[in-house]
Design a protein around this ligand. Structure first.
Ligand SMILES: [Zn+2]
Length: 60
């Protein structure tokens, strides 16, 4: 069973990315440019999880 709690949008045509969390309704980004998009997509899930207000206390 998979619960989708967030979506990572990556637009390869315009080279931009953004992250949208359904749990806290927070949004990250967008970021632009190949380097920024690459870095963003690599870490944003963990980065957001660390500061997602809705998930505080869930794992510690
Ligand atoms: Zn969140």
């Amino acid at each position: 069973m998979t619960i989708v709690t967030a979506i990572l949008h990556v637009d390869l045509d315009n080279i931009r990315a953004r992250y949208e969390c359904f749990v806290c309704h927070g949004k990250e980004g967008p970021v632009f440019g190949a380097e920024d998009v690459k870095a963003f997509t690599a870490v944003i899930r963990n980065d957001h999880r660390a500061r997602c207000i809705a998930q505080q206390g869930g794992h510690r």
